[in-house]
Design a protein around this ligand. Structure first.
Ligand code: PBG
Length: 322
């Protein structure tokens, strides 16, 4: 046998030399959940180890994350039903706790890369990402609301906006609004290929944001399709997105590879709530080695072409490196 591939696996030192994919804390964005109030730290039942924080405790948590080397976080707000309405008006109310918290975070940690979420669902009494009329999700009417929300978040000091709504034309619409208002340095990480996925379940628990009727299949993509991801990526590229994101990650590694092979923009992947919970739940039962499964999963996402990974494992992974 001339070729013995096992020779390149014979020791840790040799394995290190031939290792192609290196995962770094610098690649990670930590998604965090925010609630109104003070001194609140409430564990999300379906996401062990993940909490909803009030602003004061979130600041402490971010400080800890920075010490661990995490330099980017994505903050999602959980609103009570009483603050929701048809048009998500709370999303651009300058006095709302989410915008105040973003401002506070940026003031305390100017070096942190702060990302936010642009979509109507946390503020919508319909629980949808777009405006609902007679049971239908309206595209163009939603854009105006998304752009107001984006301007409010940019004004609060956000570095990267994350439109997660999947309305057509939103990246261009938001980019134009930002530029016209002087926010030329505010970046857009577009949720380019966001699929209608069962893996968002725990996230919707965390935010109480599940749709009140129907599903999200008229705007989020069909898990059976990959060609559409190219159309979405073309549009986002033309419309001025700075990053392209694929979501979820694990069941969509082929889509991550497809976009990274075809687009020069940095590709991000969202390792979503259900992917986190699957590992946590089976590890709690002793069915799987949670730590190894986490590293293997994150490595596979990076190997498939994602430069950036949004993951609830960010803090745990960072703690391992210390
Ligand atoms: C909503 C949004 C969702 C997630 C991020 N932004 C849920 C959805 O589309 O229903 C999911 C994140 C996760 O599951 O971790 N615009």
């Amino acid at each position: 046998m001339l070729r013995r591939p096992r020779r390149n696996r014979k020791s840790e030192a040799v394995r290190n030399l031939v290792e192609e994919t290196q995962l770094s804390v610098k690649d990670l964005i930590f998604p965090m959940f925010l609630v109104e109030g003070n001194n609140q730290k409430i564990e999300v039942a379906s996401m062990p180890g993940i909490y909803r924080f009030s602003t004061d405790l979130m600041l402490k948590e971010i400080e800890e994350c920075l010490k661990l080397g995490i330099t980017a976080v994505d903050v999602f707000p959980a609103y009570p039903e009483s603050k929701k309405d048809k048009i998500a008006s709370e999303s651009y109310n300058p006095e709302t706790f989410y915008l105040k918290a973003l401002r506070e975070i940026k003031k305390n940690f100017p070096e942190l890369c702060l990302m936010s979420d642009v979509a109507m669902d946390p503020y919508s009494s319909d629980g949808h990402d777009g405006l609902v009329r007679e049971g239908r999700i309206l595209n163009d009417e939603t854009l105006e609301i998304l752009s107001k929300m984006s301007l409010a978040q940019a004004d609060a000091g956000v570095d990267i906006l994350g439109p997660s709504d999947m309305m057509d034309g939103r990246v261009g619409y938001i980019r134009e609004a930002l530029d016209q208002n002087g926010f030329t340095d505010t970046s857009i990480m577009s949720y380019t290929a966001k699929y209608a996925s069962a893996f968002y379940g725990p996230f919707r628990d965390a935010l109480d944001s599940a749709p009140k009727f129907g599903d999200k299949k008229t705007y989020q993509m069909n898990p059976a399709n990959s060609q559409e991801a190219l159309i979405e990526a073309d549009l986002d590229m033309e419309e001025g997105a700075d990053f392209l994101m694929v979501k979820p990650a694990l069941s969509y590694l082929d889509i991550i590879k497809l976009l990274s092979d075809n687009y020069p923009l940095p590709i991000a992947a969202y390792n979503v709530s259900g992917e986190y919970s699957m590992i946590k739940a089976s590890a709690e039962r002793g069915w799987i080695d949670g730590e190894r499964a986490m590293v293997e999963m994150l490595t596979s996402i990076k190997r498939s072409g994602a430069k950036i990974i949004l993951t609830y494992f960010a803090k745990e992974f960072a703690s391992l490196q210390k």
